[in-house]
Design a binder for this molecule. Structure first.
Ligand code: ATP
Ligand code: MG
Length: 224
């Protein structure tokens, strides 16, 4: 990555992806479209600090992301897989990942993509005070998380935010230094989560919320 990244708008999508599901693909696509992102980097967590052992190893989770990407149409060639966290110290703290990306990408405008459940947790992330100095955020709503809960979560972050809906179709919280948190209304009516997919697999069901190549990979490797 080099100078061609200058002033690009880059989505950073960190997650455990255990496994990657249609909800992840949908929100990445939605964020790319609605926030005019040139690229979305999927950054699987090598050693997620906030989760007990993932159900699948890092390299299986990476392989499932590759399988999912292989099925995407050409318009989604904006999706790129980043294996950065395999190179960084464990556990994989987002602040370290962002600091490293700052060195590697020349001055992009970054948007870290999270679901609303993660926004509620953000003030517990390691060195969370630094996060909004390193990236903006795109929050995608998730069933069960109310707008008022999200507003309270934003208040737990450093600095004071102004809520702004005037020049955009979506809600946006803006801090005086220019850091922004955009809120997108999830296009999916029903929640999809990796937890539900792992539970379905453990009951011997065929999960419908993963794309076929991922389903095939899980079966072939006997995961979960
Ligand atoms: P798990 O159930 O294991 O926590 P998950 O489905 O939440 O898995 P993660 O890998 O934890 O998937 O998610 C990565 C990011 O994507 C998180 O910020 C999460 O909030 C967000 N996310 C995942 N699924 C959805 C969804 N259906 N709608 C909105 N955000 C989502
Ligand atoms: Mg989750």
């Amino acid at each position: 990555m080099g100078e061609e990244n200058e002033k690009k708008r880059i989505g950073l999508f960190g997650g455990t992806f255990d496994p990657v599901h249609k909800g992840h693909l949908s929100i990445a696509f939605q964020a790319a479209q609605e926030a005019c992102l040139d690229q979305v980097l999927f950054i699987p967590a090598a050693d997620p600090p906030h989760k007990k052992m993932p159900g699948a190893s890092y390299w299986h989770r990476v392989a499932m992301l590759k399988a999912a990407f292989a099925e995407l149409s050409v318009e989604q060639d904006r999706f790129v897989l980043s294996l950065l966290e395999a190179e960084l110290p464990f556990p994989s703290y987002t602040v370290d990942t962002l600091l490293e990306l700052k060195k590697r990408l020349l001055n992009p405008r970054c948007y870290f993509i999270i679901g609303a459940d993660s926004l509620l947790d953000l003030h517990r992330w390691y060195q969370y005070q630094k996060l909004l100095c390193l990236t903006n955020f795109i929050v995608v709503s998730r069933p069960g998380v109310s707008l008022s809960a999200m507003q309270r979560a934003v208040k737990c972050l450093p600095g004071s935010f102004q809520s702004n809906t005037s020049n955009t179709s979506h809600q946006c919280w803006l801090r005086s230094d220019g850091a922004e948190i955009l809120l997108l209304v999830n296009r999916l009516k029903e929640d999809i989560s990796s937890t539900m997919i792992r539970a379905a697999l453990q009951q011997g069901k065929v999960p419908q919320d993963v794309v076929p190549p991922v389903r095939e990979y899980i079966a072939q490797e006997g995961l979960y």
